[in-house]
Design a protein around this ligand. Structure first.
Ligand SMILES: [Fe+2]
Ligand SMILES: [Fe+2]
Length: 284
């Protein structure tokens, strides 16, 4: 790739966010992650800078973005259904690339340890790899990212929490990415049944690496709560109720959520409406 490398981390973030083409966005994400990691390994650093991220990241003309309600339902058993599933994952991964660079740039004014940036740069690198893996799978099946409509729901979570750092950590890694841990095993099973080993291998990589993204979320959320001397569980419940438009849906992947540092009493009470926060306890 032949490109001028921005000199600050927030400028790198803005460059990724303002790149529309999916593969080009992913390439930049991976390249800047290497630049950052190399500087850190050599004991150096790259200034954060103060470049302002766009309200909305640049995206390719296709896929068409629809209201989540209007995205056609898919029959998961058929080849077309499997393509739709991989297309949906590719879309989530591309959103995730933007979301991780966005948290870096949008909240750069909040003083955080260097490890915070290490984690989200690493996550943005992983997501770019995941997007590439999904694109490769789609292309090997005769499709491509952009061939089907997708939903615009994920960026709304970013907009809703654009002014609330702890809210962003609660919603994006600890609700949305944690949801990925819940649903991915079933998806892997479906591709195993279909004998699609390339998709199974790719989804297994995604599944393994997503645990660390959720863990980064809970680590820095807890850090922020500790700094404000607020109770993490109560804060998590309050923020999810404020910014997440629905209740959380079981079944949960309790084991992987535990690996990521999210205990059951964080999410079970949120399966109920706001008026009845404690009744989920009786469900175990
Ligand atoms: Fe991912
Ligand atoms: Fe992720």
């Amino acid at each position: 790739m032949n490109m001028a490398i921005p000199t600050t981390l927030t400028a790198m973030a803005v460059d990724v966010l303002t790149t529309a083409d999916g593969r080009a966005k992913a390439d930049k994400s991976r390249a800047y992650a290497r630049v950052w990691a190399t500087a850190r390994e050599n004991g150096g650093s790259i200034a954060l800078g103060n470049s302002t991220p766009p309200d909305h990241p640049a995206r390719p003309d296709q896929p068409e973005l629809l209201n989540p309600r209007d995205v056609p339902k898919r029959k998961p058993g058929s080849p077309a259904g499997r393509i739709a599933l991989l297309h949906a994952v590719a879309h989530i991964e591309l959103n995730a690339v933007d979301l991780h660079w966005d948290i870096i740039a949008r909240f750069a004014h909040i003083q955080m340890p260097m490890g915070f940036y290490d984690d989200w740069v690493k996550a943005a690198d992983d997501e770019a790899k995941h997007f590439g893996l999904m694109c490769d799978c789609l292309e090997s099946m005769g499709s491509f990212y952009g061939a089907l409509p997708a939903h615009d729901g994920m960026w709304r979570a970013a907009e809703d929490t654009a002014l609330d750092f702890q809210g962003r950590l609660a919603i994006v890694p600890m609700v949305l990415e944690a949801r990925g841990l819940d649903v991915t095993p079933k998806m892997i099973e479906l591709f195993e049944k279909a004998g699609d080993t390339a998709a199974v291998d790719s989804l297994n990589i995604i599944y393994t690496e997503e645990v660390s993204h959720v863990a980064y979320g809970s680590k820095w959320f807890n850090f922020g709560c500790g700094r404000e001397n607020s109770d993490p569980k109560e804060m998590f419940h309050a923020l999810v109720r404020r910014y997440f438009k629905s209740t959380l849906k079981p079944p949960f992947n309790e084991e992987k959520r535990a690996d990521a540092g999210i205990p059951p009493d964080f999410y079970w009470p949120l399966t109920e409406g706001p008026s009845d926060p404690l009744s989920a306890k009786t469900k175990g």
